[in-house]
Structures are given as C-alpha cells and as structure tokens.
Design a protein around this ligand. Structure first.
Ligand SMILES: Nc1ncnc2c1ncn2[C@@H]1O[C@H](COP(=O)(O)OP(=O)(O)OP(=O)(O)O)[C@@H](O)[C@H]1O
Ligand SMILES: [Mg+2]
Length: 381
C-alpha cells in the first residue's frame, strides 16, 4: 500500500486489519548487542515475528536494523537476551542450521560460477541428488524470472538480474525465513519499484516469512504486512503500515514516515479520547485525538497533523495563523510552505481545484484549521 492510499483511511478499517495475526515464528526477548562495550546498538529489543508475514525493519542509518538481521541469521550473537524460534533458543545456533535464506545489498554471487551453478550451490551443500537439484534450481530460476540466463556468468548480468540470482539462490531450498538487507538499494528507481512488486508477489506465492531491512519508507509501506520502526536500537512502533502512518505513537515515527506538522502546546482538558490543546504559537485551541497515553490538563504535548489534513479555516472555525512562504505545484496537488507568527514551519498539500478559493501567494496570511479526527496528541519530542 502506498502512502497516498493510506491517507484518510477510516479508523474502523485500520482496526479491522490490525486484528488479523498468525502464529508466532520468532521472538527477540530483551536482546542487547554492543560492538565497543560502551554503546548498545541493539538496546533491549523485543520483537515478535509471525509465521508467513512480510515484516520490514525500517529506520534511520545506524538504528540497528542490520545488526538485528545478522543476529536473526546467526552471523552474530546477542550479548544479552535471547532469540527464540518455535520455542527453541536459537541465539547461538550456527547460521547453516537455521533454515533461513539471506539476500544482501551487494549480491555476493560467486563470480566464477554460472547463474545455474550459483543457484544450485546451497543444494550441493545440502547434498541434494543431482536430478532433484536441477529441478529445484529450475523452479527457483523461474520464480526469479531468470529463464534463459542459466549459463551466463554474474559479470554478464545487470544489477537487477544479479539481485534476482541472489534471490533465487536464497529461495532454492525453500527456507522458512527469507532475510533481506536493502536488497534493492543498488538499483535505479524504476527497477526498484518493479522488483518491489515482484518480491511481494513471490512472498504471496511461497507463503514463507520475509524480513526486509530498508531505510526507504515507501518501500516498507508498499510491500509489508507490518513495519517495525527502529530508533536507537529499539522498536519505536511496530504495526500495519496504515496504522503507523495514520496513528504514529511518537513525533519520531510521525516524522520518519511521511511529512508531519508538529506544534508544541499544552492540554486544556480532555473528554474520553479527545483533548483540547492550546498551542504555544498563537494560543489557538484545537481538538485532537489522544491515543492511549495519559494526558492530564497542563501536560506538555505535541500536536501532529499531516500536510494533507490541514484545511483553510472558515471564519468561525478555530485556526492557527500562518504566512505563506512558497506555493509549489506538483501536478495533481499544490504544496504550501508557511510559517506561523512564532516561526514554526507549516506545510499543507491540497488539490487546487477543490479548495473553492484562489491558491494563496507568498506573503499572504492564511488561517488553517486542524480537523479533530486527523489531529493527534503526541508526547513532546
Ligand atoms: N562490526 C561492527 N563493529 C562496530 N560497530 C558496528 C559494527 N556493525 C555495526 N556497527 C555500529 O552499530 C550501529 C548500528 O549499525 P547497523 O548496521 O545495525 O545499522 P543500520 O540500521 O543497519 O544502518 P544502515 O541503514 O546505515 O544500514 C552503527 O552505529 C554502526 O556503526
Ligand atoms: Mg544496515
């Protein structure tokens, strides 16, 4: 699902899809990892992986995604905590006994072997008889759309084709988990988008569990059943993409996935799940959704709202005032860059033909409403 498809998704739909889950395959239990005995690069990580899901590990550079994947693959071991699979502690089980296929960003093909030999290699290691080996390799090559390339050497292939070989080689023995670390990072945008859809189709076809590391939010959103957002070696939030997009649990997550306007303010009062927040900027008051957290009157909070959810306020409506800095046309929508009188940057996107007024020009003052269903109260950053 793309970010645009997630915008304004009703909350009933979000909740219905979040209820589906399948049996647990792997759990990380309070896992810690350090390389220098000083900093935890994985810091008390708890993670449950469901059987058959497509889970993406998303986060900024250095947030511990690869380290987590390496511990899952068995190329590295936790310093504390444990990793369980089917009720068995696999923290120290050697990689070759874990039944997991791995694909890295650098294809790591054997340069002196043909495509077919590369794909057959894991079966050879497992001493699969020759006729069976060829049949299985043929199947994996077909799955990765590599028919006709069997006799080429890796150096005679494009980046995308090489990555397909790496994929076929990782899938040829039908592992229970396929682990991928930025496998499409070296490909151009069009090829990457094409491969994303193919990976998704392969996942559906095989039904095995995919764990996919990326720092590209669109990629994670497009392919995954669930996304785990990493921050400083922990999971900041893990859920279905549409929930993470529409109901981020922190300013970090809101900012990392898509764009968000954040305003500092204080809770005035609260009724059930809706609070009224007075903004520091100009004292304007806005209603917003509280989520699960405690927010007592007087609490310092951030009010978050996506650019596509801001609207031009009617005269009677509570609004924040801002001045337009720039108006940029992006084909179907227009993007306004603004600043409040107190200097907070605000961004709004809208369909210019649907606003019932002229598009504001730089220097113009505007009043912006924040529709309560789309405004969120978050802990201050
Ligand atoms: N072998 C190593 N020795 C020392 N430090 C390491 C090693 N591997 C990773 N680190 C450090 O651990 C932290 C987490 O690294 P990791 O590779 O897990 O991040 P990442 O989330 O995969 O980032 P990226 O998106 O850049 O790939 C980083 O600060 C990194 O410098
Ligand atoms: Mg990495």
């Amino acid at each position: 699902m793309s970010i645009s498809a997630m915008r304004n998704m009703p909350s009933e739909v979000i909740e219905a899809v979040s209820l589906k889950s399948s049996p647990t395959l792997v759990t990380f239990e309070s896992v810690f990892k350090t390389y220098d005995e000083q900093n935890w690069v994985v810091n008390d990580l708890d993670l449950t992986i469901h059987q058959g899901e497509f889970l993406s590990l998303l986060g900024p550079s250095g947030s511990g995604k690869t380290t987590t994947l390496m511990m899952l693959a068995g190329f590295d071991a936790p310093d504390r905590g444990r990793i369980m699979m089917d009720g068995e502690d696999i923290s120290r089980l050697p990689a070759y006994r874990r039944d997991m296929g791995v694909v890295f960003q650098s294809y790591a093909l054997f340069p002196h072997m043909t495509v077919a030999q590369n794909v057959e290699f894991p079966l050879k290691l497992r001493k699969v008889p020759a006729s069976e080996m060829r049949a299985q390799a043929r199947e994996a090559l077909a799955l990765a759309k590599l028919e006709g390339f069997e006799d080429r050497m890796p150096s005679q292939l494009s980046g995308g084709q090489q990555q397909r070989v790496a994929l076929a080689r990782a899938l040829v023995y039908r592992p229970r988990l396929l682990l991928m670390d930025e496998p499409l990072g070296a490909l151009d945008k069009a090829l990457r988008e094409h491969m994303q859809l193919e990976l998704k189709a392969i996942h559906k076809q095989l039904g095995i569990t995919f764990i996919y590391v990326t720092h590209d939010q669109d990629e994670a959103m497009t392919m995954s059943d669930r996304v785990a957002v990493f921050h400083h070696g922990k999971i900041a939030q893990i859920d279905r993409p549409e929930i993470i997009y529409n109901r981020p649990s922190s300013c970090f997550v809101a900012n990392f996935l898509g764009e968000t306007n954040l305003f500092a303010g204080s809770i005035l009062d609260r009724v059930d799940g809706t609070a009224r927040v007075r903004l520091d900027d100009d004292g304007s008051v806005h209603s917003a959704q509280c989520g699960g957290g405690e927010s007592l009157p007087g609490s310092r909070v951030a009010l978050a709202i996506r650019p596509e959810n801001l609207s031009f306020a009617r005269p009677s409506e509570s609004a924040i005032s801002a001045q337009v800095c720039d108006a940029v046309f992006h084909g179907p929508h227009c993007k306004l860059h603004m600043r409040t009188t107190a200097g907070t940057a605000v961004c709004m996107t809208f369909n210019p033909s649907a606003i019932g007024r002229a598009v504001p020009v730089p220097g113009e003052s505007v009043r912006l409403a924040m529709p309560a269903p789309h405004a969120l109260v978050l802990p201050p950053p």
